[in-house]
Write a protein that binds this ligand. Structure first.
Ligand SMILES: Nc1ncnc2c1ncn2[C@@H]1O[C@H](COP(=O)(O)OP(=O)(O)O)[C@@H](O)[C@H]1O
Ligand SMILES: [Mg+2]
Length: 198
């Protein structure tokens, strides 16, 4: 499976290797895929809003993390909700995903319990660490932003604005977002905290 992230153009037909696992045969162009994914994500977000597991402990476990991904992408991709098996240019080695994700979820629960950071910073650090793990073949950014939004709401805050526009398009906004993630890699969480509320 190719990483879909680099693809530039909505009018580009999807290559055969990009169609691996695609459940809807009408999808031909990248624009079709974006549309199908977006519709699925709206359904997934609605499901998340109603979920009985909408508590801090309920969402900070690997079962919920996978279920949420499946609800967001499972109408479009047969691998939705399953951890990645192959390497990507972003993310840790695939075999380490279950362990590293478990450790992260433990850390976040500890931060909440101990009030290690203020709520925004807990949710934004969670977002940064989970996209760095990159648990799924695709959809990691959108999934990790929804998870961070769910967590901040459960901690009493408003959902984030994430720059206030589409991060799917290659543009200034996405560039700033990636730069903020890279600053967080260098232990400077400030830019990502600011970006999430911009
Ligand atoms: N250098 C980087 N380039 C692109 N994305 C990055 C980079 N570093 C981290 N990311 C994260 O990975 C996400 C892209 O991964 P992907 O699985 O394609 O998610 P999505 O399909 O939701 O955009 C970005 O939204 C961002 O959160
Ligand atoms: Mg992608």
């Amino acid at each position: 499976m190719t990483d879909l992230f680099q693809e530039p153009n909505d009018a580009t037909p999807l290559a055969p290797e990009e169609r691996e696992g695609l459940l809807q045969s009408w999808i031909t162009y990248r624009a079709d895929l974006n549309e199908a994914e977006q519709e699925n994500i709206v359904k997934g977000a609605n499901w998340a809003r109603r979920s009985r597991r909408r508590t801090v402990i309920g969402i900070l476990n690997d079962e919920f993390v996978r279920e949420l991904h499946k609800k967001m992408f499972g109408d479009v991709w047969n691998w939705a909700g399953s951890y990645r098996q192959t390497e990507r240019n972003i993310g840790i080695e695939a075999y380490r995903i279950p362990n590293e994700l478990g450790a992260l979820l433990g850390d976040v629960k500890y931060w909440v319990d101990q009030e290690t950071y203020r709520p925004d910073e807990i949710a934004v650090r969670f977002h940064h660490r989970i996209v760095k793990i990159h648990p799924f073949p695709n959809g990691n950014g959108r999934h990790a932003r929804l998870l961070a939004d769910m967590l901040i709401e459960l901690l009493g805050g408003e959902p984030f604005t994430w720059g206030g526009g589409s991060l799917a398009d290659v543009g200034e906004l996405r560039k700033n977002y990636i730069a903020a993630l890279q600053a967080a890699d260098g232990f400077n969480i400030g830019p990502l905290l600011e970006f999430a509320r911009s």
